[in-house]
Design a protein around this ligand. Structure first.
Ligand code: ZN
Ligand code: ZN
Length: 417
C-alpha cells in the first residue's frame, strides 16, 4: 500500500528546514532587539473567535477554514485550525490579562497556519508564519516600528521588496463611505460577480478582495475613494506615518485599493510584495492596526497593531543563506559485533570532552561498508574499535590526510582537533 500526503500540504525536507531556520533566526534576532517576547499559540481555536474578529463575510471565514466538529455529551463545538495568528494572540492577551503582566506589550510567534485554498505554487494549505504584535502603543510610532522591523529583516535576507500602504479608516470615517460605496455598487450590480453581489449587502468593503473583477474594482475605488471620507484623526495618523517614512528614506507606494481581507483592521494597513513571485501570491509580509478589535475585547487597551511574514514564500525566493556550522564529524566503526559495547563507552567518554558529531557504530555492516559511509558523510576522523581495545587502545584514521595510527584511549581527545 502506498500513502500520499494530503492535497495542498507539504513535506519539508532537511535542506528546506535549514532555510526556514535561517529566516526565522533572523526574524527572532531582529525582534529581540526591540524587546518582543515569544509566545506559543494553540493551533486549535473556537470558530467564534474568527467569525467575530476576522469577520463572517471574509474569504477566510466563508470558505477557507479547516473545521473540526467536536461532540461532547449533548454539546457540539466547532473548532478550527487557526488560519492566522492575530485573532489568537488577541484572545491570549485578554484571557491571560497580559496588559497587567508586561510593561512592554510586544509579542511574537512562529508556527503553521491552515487555510483551505486552491493549492498552487507558493501557496499551501498548511503554511508557516512569523508574526509580531504590539499592544497599547499608539500610532504613528508603533506603525513605524513594524515597518522598520520588516525592512531590517528583508535587508538582512537580501530580498528586494516593495512596500504598499493605505489607510482604511476607522468606524467613523467608514460609515458615510460605505453608504456611497453601496450606491455606486448598486449602479453596477449586474457587473459584479456572485460573491460580490452577496458582499454588497453584508459587507461592501469586502468587494475589494474580489479576485474576478480586479480592474472593475480598481476603477470603482477611484470613483468612490475612501480617502475623501477619512476623518481628521485617521488622516493625521496616516500623514504622520508618511512623514516619518519620508524622513527615514523608506520607500513606499500608497495603494487606495489595499484593504487586506480581514475585518479587524482599521487605520494603517500595509503589504510587502516581491516581483519574484506571481502576482496572486507575491505578498510576503502584511499587517496593520486593529485598535477597534482590541479595545472592544479589552476596553482599557486602546491600541494594537501587528504584521506577519509568509515564511514559505520567503524561503522560496531566498537568494542565499549561511549554512549552519557543523561540529567535527567522527565516524565510529567496529571490526565486528563483539566491539559494539566498548565502542559505546568510547563514544560516551569522547562526548564528555568534545563537541563532536558522532556517526555510527552500525550493526551488521562490514568494516569496509562502514568506512565508505563515513567517507560519504564527510567524517574528518574514524575510530576503528577492534582487538586493540583490550589494551585500552583504538585505531584512529584521519580521512582528510589519510594518516592512520593506533593510540591510547586516554589520549583520544588530543587527536580530535
Ligand atoms: Zn477615522
Ligand atoms: Zn467579485
Amino acid at each position: 500500500m502506498k500513502f500520499k500526503r494530503v492535497r495542498g500540504v507539504k513535506d519539508i525536507l532537511p535542506e528546506e528546514v535549514e532555510k526556514i531556520n535561517f529566516v526565522v533566526d533572523i526574524c527572532r534576532k531582529t525582534v529581540d532587539t526591540f524587546g518582543f517576547k515569544e509566545v506559543v499559540l494553540p493551533v486549535l481555536e473556537k470558530i467564534e473567535l474568527y467569525q467575530h474578529s476576522i469577520g463572517e463575510t471574509t474569504d477566510i471565514v466563508e470558505k477557507q477554514m479547516f473545521k473540526i466538529v467536536a461532540r461532547a455529551e449533548n454539546e457540539t463545538e466547532t473548532i478550527v485550525l487557526r488560519p492566522e495568528g492575530t485573532a489568537g494572540i488577541v484572545r491570549m492577551f485578554v484571557e491571560n490579562n497580559l496588559k497587567d503582566k508586561y510593561p512592554l506589550k510586544r509579542f511574537f510567534y512562529f508556527g503553521p497556519m491552515f487555510r483551505y485554498e486552491r493549492p498552487q505554487k507558493a501557496r499551501y494549505r498548511e503554511f508557516y508564519q512569523f508574526g509580531v504584535e504590539i499592544f497599547a502603543e499608539a500610532p504613528p510610532s508603533s506603525d513605524f516600528l513594524l515597518i522598520k522591523i520588516a525592512n531590517i529583516i528583508f535587508e538582512k535576507l537580501n530580498i528586494k521588496v516593495e512596500l504598499e500602504i493605505n489607510s482604511i479608516g476607522c468606524v467613523n470615517c467608514r460609515k458615510e463611505y460605505i453608504v456611497e460605496l453601496k450606491k455606486e455598487l448598486k449602479k453596477s450590480n449586474e457587473l459584479l460577480c456572485d460573491v460580490c453581489k452577496n458582499r454588497l449587502e453584508r459587507n461592501p468593503l469586502r468587494v475589494f478582495d474580489c479576485k474576478t473583477d480586479v480592474d472593475k474594482i480598481a476603477k470603482l475605488s477611484e470613483k468612490v475613494s475612501l480617502q475623501k471620507y477619512i476623518c481628521d484623526s485617521c488622516k493625521k495618523n496616516f500623514d504622520d506615518l508618511i512623514t516619518i517614512l519620508d524622513e527615514n528614506k523608506i520607500r513606499y507606494k500608497i495603494v487606495p485599493t489595499l484593504v487586506r481581507g480581514l475585518d479587524y483592521y482599521n487605520g494603517v494597513v500595509f503589504e510587502y510584495k516581491t516581483q519574484l513571485l506571481d502576482a496572486a501570491q507575491n505578498t510576503i509580509c502584511a499587517g496593520g492596526r486593529y485598535d477597534r478589535l482590541i479595545s472592544e475585547l479589552e476596553p482599557q487597551v486602546k491600541y494594537a497593531c501587528g504584521l506577519a511574514f509568509g515564511i514559505n514564500r520567503i524561503v522560496e525566493i531566498l537568494p542565499k543563506y549561511e549554512k549552519k556550522v557543523e561540529s567535527i564529524k567522527v565516524g565510529v566503526a567496529v571490526v565486528d559485533e563483539r566491539f559494539l559495547l566498548p565502542s559505546f563507552s568510547i563514544i560516551n567518554k569522547l562526548l564528555e570532552k568534545k563537541d563532536v558529531q558522532i556517526v555510527g557504530p552500525f550493526s551488521q555492516k562490514s568494516l569496509k561498508a562502514q568506512l565508505r559511509l563515513f567517507n560519504n558523510e564527510n567524517c574528518k576522523y574514524v575510530l576503528i574499535v577492534g582487538e586493540e581495545v583490550k589494551e585500552s587502545k583504538v585505531v584512529i584514521k584521519n580521512f582528510f590526510d589519510n594518516i592512520q595510527q593506533t593510540i591510547e584511549l586516554k589520549d583520544l581527545e588530543k587527536y580530535i582537533i
